[in-house]
Write a protein that binds this ligand. Sequence first.
Ligand SMILES: Nc1ncnc2c1ncn2[C@@H]1O[C@H](COP(=O)(O)OP(=O)(O)OP(=O)(O)O)[C@@H](O)[C@H]1O
Length: 575
Amino acid sequence: MIRRFLSFYGPYKGLFTLDFSCAVVVALLELGFPIGVQWMIDKLLPTGNWGLITWVCAGLLALYIVSMGLQFVVAYWGHKLGINIETDMRKNLFQHIQKLSFRFFDNTKTGQIMSRMTNDLFDLGEMAHHGPEDMFIALMTLVGVFGIMFMVNWELACITFIVVPFLAWIIVYFNQKLNKAATQMFEQIADVNARVEDSVSGIRVVKSFGNESFEMERFTKNNQGFRLAKLRSYFTISLSASSIYMLTRFITLVVLVFGAWYAYQGKLTYGELVGFLLYINIFLKPIEKINALLELYPKGMAGFRRYCELMDTEPDVKDAEDAIEAPKLKGNIEFSNVTFGYENHAHVLKGVDLQIRAGETVALVGPSGAGKSTLCSLIPRFYEIDDGAVTIDGIDIRKMTQHSLRNQIGIVQQDVFLFNGTIRENIAYGRLDATEEQIWDAARKAHLEGMLQGLPDGLDTFIGERGLKLSGGQRQRLSIARIFLKNPSILILDEATSALDTETETMIQQALEQLSHNRTTLIIAHRLATVRHADRIVVVTEDGIAEQGKHEELIAAGGTYSRLSAAQFSGVGTV
Ligand SMILES: Nc1ncnc2c1ncn2[C@@H]1O[C@H](COP(=O)(O)OP(=O)(O)OP(=O)(O)O)[C@@H](O)[C@H]1O
């Protein structure tokens, strides 16, 4: 874990060396000042040579100024190093999250991911800056100060250093406790974030049910959980800080008593006693540093452990090592004996065989929960199948890179997701390098032109979070324009026109028919009326594919489809 953390210093060796060496010089100067003071009291003051005393004071002042400059370097460039490392980790995490599969997102709350990206990393930058540097300097100062104190008076030095083993014990003991407390704190704040994310993104549902106080109660529970976890960690921090304080004050007192006694007996000069007391202050500084680290280190490490945990989560859908860039696909899709389940041993699809010819329009119908959407989500390889194979143009999709495969598949969902931005940005999401003309062309085909002409900012109109400033039909048309621009070989339409009024629906149906011309199109249909004219209708039930054929053939066969059709047209059931 520590080695993994240290590897982040790699790109910043120069910055680290600068910061580290300045910090070491500052620490050495700190050690040197009391020697000067002691020398002045014992050797220089009795001579009465004020000229020399003035020069020595000027020299000390110059050293203080140098030390001040070096401290600025440490404070600024040291923090820069920490921030750089924190930024790199956040970038790695975002990059990794982008690679994770649907299964991960199905099982992880968005708020918790956000918490790992933000809160968990806050203390890491600080730890990256202060951790190795402060620890090294603290140890170096402790050793240095012991050496000097030993030379001044070995007995007093040994008395002072009796506290060190106690100190080490306190550090180890409280570090373990704080590690646990910090991990709990991060877990609790992640829960708070997840609750806020859930409530805010579902605010319309919350308000429509008038459940604001229920949401408040749930939030309060999470918030209290965080408060308790934080209080627990502060309790431990306070306990360790006061134990260390007690230990250090006690030792100062002991040194004062023994030092005064030695001075009284003439074993110690008064200059040595003052110098010694100044060294006690220097001796306390690394201890204070270690104490501060004791608070920072567990928080940083708990965040880093959670960072590693997420970074070590392997995507369950990965490109094969010898994966090829998919050629321009015609769209012959074949499912051969495909078995798939979201959870192990709970298969949604079992031994499914289905062939779809290039350019064919196939409608998938069947009872809710039968697996129509699941079947379609296997084509872009959103999930890894448990058994069998899915091929396109005879190539197993596991042999293509996910990017080149998904590039050739367009999906229009019933539940449209648009990004917070302008209409232009959202259409261009279908092809990031699209020209103005291509964007307008896609907008025209999706029948957005009229709407755009009525907007003062046209394509540059902001549509709000998730496109909330647009109507359901407008959102749907925008998502269709995106696919026109993408121009894929395979289309998956998840009852794409259900959010539109009859007039718009007819327009869009025409546009989609134009788009699906010469393209393989799968339509997940809930309203049978919309798919009567499909080349083929495939009826998916919980037992697999029950039947397939044209509308008339299936009606004549008198099977599941004809029953569903009768139920729907008589208005009794849903499909
Ligand atoms: N991400 C998921 N994680 C776990 N189970 C899921 C997931 N998505 C769907 N399921 C389950 O898989 C089964 C098939 O769901 P699917 O959405 O494919 O059905 P569908 O036929 O498209 O239904 P509908 O017509 O209602 O949209 C259901 O039992 C559903 O609960």
